[in-house]
Design a protein around this ligand. Structure first.
Ligand code: IVH
Length: 662
């Protein structure tokens, strides 16, 4: 393809894909199939790879994740991000209205949902998304643009008649269905479940690798616009205009946003959502009431931290009192002990609650729990209800205190608690039953060794039948042994399992590393470690000092890796896996060494480059023996500053200029 032609095709595909994206994620009216969409996206990806000079930072390909950011830049907000003053009763809302009307007379109010997510500020210039910044302390926040680009309902390019400069503010959140899907997947992989959508949204946005953020499937609603040239002087009018520019804004036809000119209208909105909120597709924690007229907003002004033209009405988190029958401890795949409260069943926010998570020993001590206590259970945004207090007056004199067990409830081994960690662990990794099955279940999971035909129940069955006791045993399984199990096993299912085990020998090293289940080594970290160490043998020999030099590895992970290989049983299993032909080193295609011209030099690569991707630059440095670091220090030899490098980094580089030691 000619250069000119490529440029045009890239532009055309980008426009088309962004349009389909908007139809799908904002309007919920797609007109092409997912397959067609992927096809076009692949074409664009290939073209951008061939012609990187035409790849824009706001290309639809960035929706699946761009370059990795190491440490987020702190940037100042152009307009401070205020918070709302909260109210918990209708009286307080009436008082707010009375206060406003005393000052400026009768006026129009806008009522909105109070989304329970993470606030985000999005800056656009000439319709292009330039920056996404978290609220932070209200004055300055973290610049997380690459992560924001992966949120499909946030437009990367605006359409229609938008102002030249614009800041849109809104909430990034999880739809409940997406959150549940995520947790179902984690349950399947034997991973700890996320506690609630809000915290998970916040945690997701702090991921260093935008590809990981993209996989989470976050969503967004815009609730405010800032700028010198907004189309109207009405907040409601501006939000409606924002919809035509491609933003996902609250839908008036579903009563997500409404206007009223008196307190009755406001109360009707509150009444409606107080009931209807449980059936919403996302979590809200209240209603926001705003004065519509921007001139009046300005006239009313601000108090220290919040505007006087708005108020939040917060729903009561629903609570119920019930009896604590018992506290039992569950043992997870990695030996982590989770205490769970067993409750007298009680109805709470539409569901019957029988159990509540207690997190750890400190939590139990803090609540001073006794068996038989009347406890208060609350369901806020969380899916799993929590115990928020005890009705001390109702405790019987002889009630016994809940004591955290000293030994594992499953195998009797003395529990340990690592310094600085809240959780207790059972250290008996190889003999504790739930750890045995948990580890094997993890190992065979889809994102690990992907062994077809082996699910949780089958693993349990094989363990019970004493056919396997660890992951290496899988590779010594015979089809005949499975057939002998009888019930449910036939030639076909047995063959499928054996073939699945055989096929897993081709799984890349990084997945093997994730599969063997070193504590704290998740999917992303495993990938980084695999690249950095190159082989299992090298990894096992590394010291903590060497380990922390690897990307994404801090002291906790380093210690956990060293501990893992210090155990003879683990080394034996790894050896057996090696003998069975599992991949124990990086594929040679992934470690192409070009030379050592840059040996001994440390580079920091920051900002955006016109003709090269940041990842590409980093790779080239590393392939030539240089080191890439995320932050500027006295060890930095060179800084490669692209456009848009943050001011903090630039200042630091200027400061250290010439002070470098060699
Ligand atoms: S307006 C000055 N509208 O609630 C007011 N905020 O304490 C600016 N929030 O951090 C915010 N839904 O993230 C506004 N419809 C809504 C909202 C909303 C949720 C969050 C927001 C902010 C907090 C305010």
């Amino acid at each position: 393809m000619e250069r000119k032609e490529a440029e045009e095709r890239i532009r055309e595909l980008s426009r088309e894909l962004e349009e389909h994206n908007h139809r799908y994620y904002v309007l919920a009216q797609p007109i092409i199939s997912d397959l067609e969409f992927d096809f076009k996206l692949k074409e664009l990806e290939a073209l951008e790879k061939e012609w990187p000079e035409f790849a824009s930072p706001n290309s639809p390909t960035q929706r699946v994740g761009g370059d990795i950011t190491k440490g987020f830049e702190t940037v100042a907000h152009r307009y401070p991000m205020l918070s709302l003053s909260n109210s918990y009763s209708r009286e307080e809302v009436s008082e707010f209205v009375a206060r406003v009307e005393k000052e400026i007379g009768s006026t129009i109010y806008v009522m909105e949902l109070k989304y329970d997510g993470v606030a985000i500020s999005l800056s656009y210039a000439d319709g292009e998304l330039m920056r996404g910044v978290t609220r932070g302390d209200g004055e300055k926040g973290d610049e997380i643009t690459a992560n924001v680009r992966t949120v499909r309902s946030i437009p990367l390019k605006l359409r229609g008649d938008f102002p030249k400069e614009l800041e849109a503010r809104g909430e990034i959140l999880f739809m409940r269905a997406q959150f549940d899907k995520l947790n179902a997947e984690r349950a399947k992989n034997g991973e700890e479940l996320y506690a609630n959508p809000r915290n998970t949204a916040a945690g997701s946005l702090k991921q260093q690798d935008p590809k990981d953020v993209a996989k989470r499937g976050l969503d967004n609603f815009i609730y405010t616009l800032q700028g010198e040239h907004l189309p109207t002087k009405s907040h409601y009018g501006n939000i409606m205009a924002a919809r035509t520019w491609g933003f996902k804004t609250p839908d008036p036809s579903r009563r997500f946003i409404e206007r009223a000119n008196n307190v009755e209208g406001i109360m009707a909105f509150i009444d409606h959502w107080d009931k209807a909120r449980h059936k919403l597709e996302m979590d809200i924690d209240g209603i926001v009431i705003k004065v519509d007229d921007l001139r009046i907003q300005e006239e009313l002004g601000l108090t220290a931290k919040s505007p006087r033209w708005a108020i939040a009405y917060k729903f009561q988190a629903e609570q119920a009192a019930t009896r604590l029958n018992d506290v039992v401890c569950q043992v997870g795949r990695t030996g982590a002990i989770t205490p769970v409260a067993e409750l007298e069943p009680v109805l709470l926010a539409g569901t019957t609650v029988k159990r509540a998570s207690l997190h750890n020993a400190d939590q139990i001590a803090k609540l001073d729990l006794h068996i038989g206590d009347t406890v208060l259970v609350e369901k806020g945004g969380e899916i799993i209800p929590k115990i928020v207090g005890v009705v001390i007056e109702r405790r019987s004199k002889d009630a016994s205190m809940v004591l955290f067990p000293q030994v594992c409830p499953e195998c009797g081994t003395e529990l340990i608690r690592l310094e600085g960690e809240a959780q207790h662990y059972c250290p008996n990794e190889h003999l504790c039953p739930p750890q045995i099955t948990g580890r094997i279940e993890h190992f065979v999971g889809r994102r690990m060794m992907a062994i077809d035909g082996l699910g949780g129940e089958t693993v349990q069955e094989l363990v019970n039948a004493r056919l396997i006791g660890n992951v290496a045993d899988l590779y010594e399984l015979k089809k005949e042994q499975l057939l002998e199990l009888g019930k449910g096993w036939g030639e076909k299912s047995a063959q499928q399992v054996i073939a699945g085990i055989e096929a897993s020998k081709k799984i890349p090293f990084e997945q093997v590393l994730f599969a063997i289940g070193i504590r704290h080594v998740g999917e992303t970290v495993a990938k980084k470690i695999a690249r950095g160490a190159g082989s299992m043998q090298r990894l096992a020999a590394m010291t903590p000092e060497e380990l922390v030099q690897l990307d994404e590895v801090g002291p906790v992970i380093a210690e956990s890796i060293v501990d893992f290989f210090a155990v003879q049983g683990n080394r034996d299993i790894v050896d057996r896996l090696r003998q069975h032909g599992l991949r124990m080193e990086l594929d040679p295609s992934e470690v192409v060494v070009a030379g050592d011209k840059l040996k001994g030099l440390t580079f920091v690569v920051s900002g955006v480059f016109r003709n090269f991707s940041r990842d590409g630059i980093k790779e080239t440095i590393e392939r030539n023996g240089g080191k890439v670091s995320g932050s500027i220090s006295s060890k930095t030899s060179y800084v490669l500053a692209g456009a848009d490098m943050g001011p903090a980094k630039r200042t630091k580089a200027e400061e250290l200029k010439g002070t470098r030691h060699r």
